[in-house]
Ligand binder design. Structure first.
Ligand SMILES: *Cc1c(COP(=O)(O)O)cnc(C)c1O
Length: 353
């Protein structure tokens, strides 16, 4: 009976597969901040809790002002969401109509596909090339029906980036009619001088939307706060489709405080860089192939069934992500942890291999 009630598009939506938490195991499966939440955010959240009888500000004005001064853009260039996922849904709700072509890379973060399906878009998948987004092939897939292109930089689960010059060349050939969405959930971790300055495109009025989140770098995945940056004419209609109180009081207060927690952010950045190189060396000595990453995780080719391997690692006290649901049945994604966590990870890997 339900079968007849449910929209056809909904039936085709695959289940979202999250990174596993296992009791007693270190969680390196969801790219969370290994140091926990920003301490400044925690204090602000406790204080904001005293006002929880009241609805939050539906415009998230204080948070947007904090972001506006950070990025030197007008406040109208920002909209906040209940995580970056909420932003993706708001983009879908605002911009995708039935039959619009939506270009998504294959074997990446699954929410773009989910959103395209939810709004009856026509999915166009473009394969990765050597585990990297293939901007040339994506540009070649554009047709007069293309509405949105979803890009991820750095990419999840491969950790790779496309460079500023690659993005410049790409933007030159993408028609004005296409909306380019760049999900930069991990941008803060990148140390690359070649990382594209997407904000400059926003400033120059391009049809680009940039997505960021407080879930990864700022350590607030459980709080749910993300935002989108775009020229005001692109952002304004998104305020009509978002649910009125989509960002709760604790999230607004916590996110503002986290933005200013420079000690915590520096520690996060530095640890990620140092531990990343250490993990590369360890993988090399274990004979494991990996992809160099600009994010807080590393894709490792283990050349054996990833699901069983990850289950075994859980038994050894560490949870990492099998990339089976991403279409890489023999690869895993390891979130970079603290020095102590990474030592345990390496010990577990040695045993399991
Ligand atoms: C984690 C992640 C998100 C989701 O972020 P939330 O703010 O927690 O919803 C979005 N995009 C990518 C690529 C991610 O890896």
């Amino acid at each position: 009976m339900n079968e007849e009630l449910v929209r056809p598009a909904v039936k085709d939506i695959p289940d979202y597969v999250p990174g596993k938490s296992a009791p007693g195991a270190i969680k390196l499966s969801s790219n969370e901040n290994p140091f926990g939440p920003s301490p400044k955010a925690l204090r602000a959240i406790a204080k904001a809790g005293k006002g929880l009888q009241a609805y939050p500000d539906q415009m998230s004005i204080n948070l947007r002002q904090a972001l506006a001064s950070r990025f030197k853009l007008p406040v109208e260039s920002f909209i906040c969401g209940n995580g970056a996922d909420d932003i993706l849904q708001i983009i879908g709700e605002t911009y995708i109509k039935a039959g619009d072509e939506v270009i998504v890379s294959k074997n990446v973060f699954s929410v773009y596909e989910l959103i395209a399906r939810l709004y009856d878009g026509e999915l166009v998948f473009v394969p990765l090339r050597d585990f990297e987004l293939d901007l040339n092939a994506i540009a070649a897939a554009v047709t007069p029906k293309t509405k949105i292109i979803f890009l991820t930089n750095p990419n999840n689960p491969t950790g790779t980036i496309f460079s500023a010059s690659q993005f410049d060349a790409f933007m030159k050939i993408i028609p004005e009619s296409v909306l380019v969405v760049v999900d930069e959930a991990y941008a803060e971790f990148s140390a690359s001088k070649d990382f594209p300055k997407t904000i400059d495109y926003v400033k120059s009025g391009a049809k680009v939307l940039v997505i960021r989140t407080f879930s990864k770098y700022y350590g607030l995945a459980g709080l749910r706060a993300g935002y989108c940056i775009g020229r005001p004419e692109l952002i304004a209609p998104m305020f009509k489709t978002k649910m009125p109180f989509n960002v709760n009081r604790l999230a607004q207060a916590g996110a503002i405080a986290a933005l200013g927690d420079s000690v915590f952010l520096k520690k996060t950045y530095q640890n990620n860089l140092t531990e990343k190189t250490r993990l590369y060396r360890e993988f090399e000595s274990l004979g494991l192939e990996y992809k160099e990453s600009e994010a807080n995780f590393i894709l490792v080719n283990i050349k054996r069934p990833a699901k069983d391997f990850c289950q075994e690692l859980i038994g050894l006290g560490v949870s990492v992500r099998p990339l089976t649901s991403f279409g890489f049945p023999e690869a895993i994604r390891i979130s970079i942890g603290t020095p102590t966590q990474n030592k345990k990870l390496i010990a577990a890997l040695k045993k399991a291999l």
